[in-house]
Design a protein around this ligand. Structure first.
Ligand SMILES: C[S@@+](CC[C@H](N)C(=O)[O-])C[C@H]1O[C@@H](n2cnc3c(N)ncnc32)[C@H](O)[C@@H]1O
Length: 279
């Protein structure tokens, strides 16, 4: 079935299992994409029984991505991006947003999901400024020495490193702090690091904390991963880089486009993000 196509794509296609839900496709469903299957939709609907606002959380994350990349490609003058855990190329992905501002911006996407890889590779076939590699964030050295990364990114100039909604899929024993530190160390001065991650609601909200723990179990069973961490731990991932205003906050509070009233619901308390600059 995979005869006549490049070996890396053939291997990725062989790895695809549409009978079980997976992170990239469930997220795609929540943000209104079309690259998901029945098992993904079934799991997503089950998750919504516990967390009816889960799609709003995913959409808030996508809007955070858009605001961060617009700022970086515009005001901050960043011309190259490394987007790890990039997800399915749904509308409003990093290269689309960056290219609206700077058509020459270079973007390397990284994802360990075979569907994301094959789909993105097909879409990017003609692009000279954007590429995707099929690699795992748990192996930062492989990412940092990949030929596509070295071809498109110049490590002597600032890079926009995006770790959006991916680190909560890394387990404690896989040491997310170590992973982020390796990536931070490889970035030249003047680079930026954007992180968004599930955040355990504060102790002032015991009911929401209990519900979150239930959601964590559901994700572990259905998708294999999904951790809500204490805010204090998430902040350490920026190391000594300087957090830009408004800091590490609810995604809904990060430079909202309009000063409308922001509802302090579970989405507000459970998903945080920030952007920091290396001195
Ligand atoms: C929730 S999606 C986020 C997509 C995009 N970053 C965004 O914020 O809109 C998480 C993505 O991370 C990818 N992912 C999960 N674990 C990963 C790992 N260990 N290495 C690389 N990618 C991973 C998944 O395949 C999925 O595409």
């Amino acid at each position: 079935m995979t005869e006549g196509i490049p070996r890396d794509i053939g291997k990725a296609l062989a790895d695809i299992d549409i009978t079980r839900p997976n992170v990239a496709r469930v997220y795609d469903y929540f943000v209104g994409g079309k690259d998901n299957f029945a098992a993904d939709r079934e799991f997503a609907n089950k998750a919504m029984d516990i967390a009816p606002k889960a799609p709003l959380a995913a959409q808030a994350n996508r809007m955070f991505l858009r605001r961060v990349v617009s700022y970086l490609a515009g005001e901050a003058g960043i011309t190259q991006f490394l987007d790890i855990g990039s997800g399915l190329p749904t509308a409003g992905n990093t290269s689309e947003v960056a290219h609206e501002i700077n058509p020459n911006a270079h973007v390397v996407y990284v994802d360990n999901d075979p569907v994301v890889y094959t789909h993105s590779k097909a879409l990017l076939a003609d692009s000279v400024t954007v590429d995707i590699i099929n690699a795992d964030i748990r192996d930062p050295a492989t990412i940092l020495t990949d030929p596509a990364v070295l071809r498109l990114l110049d490590f002597d100039r600032p890079i926009g490193l995006l770790l959006l909604a991916v680190l909560h899929h890394i387990e404690d024993h896989e040491d997310p702090a170590w992973i982020v530190a390796r990536l931070r160390d490889a970035m030249p001065s003047g680079s930026y690091l954007a992180i968004s991650s599930f955040r355990m609601p504060g102790p002032e909200l015991p009911e929401l904390r209990a519900k979150t723990i239930e959601g964590e179990k559901l994700l572990a069973q259905g998708l294999g991963s999904g951790r809500w961490r204490e805010e204090e731990e998430l902040r350490t991932w920026f190391g000594d880089w300087e957090l830009l205003p408004p800091g590490f906050v609810s995604l809904l509070e990060w430079r909202p486009p309009t000063p409308e009233h922001i509802e302090r619901d579970e989405v507000y308390h459970s998903f945080f993000g920030g952007l920091a600059r290396k001195k």
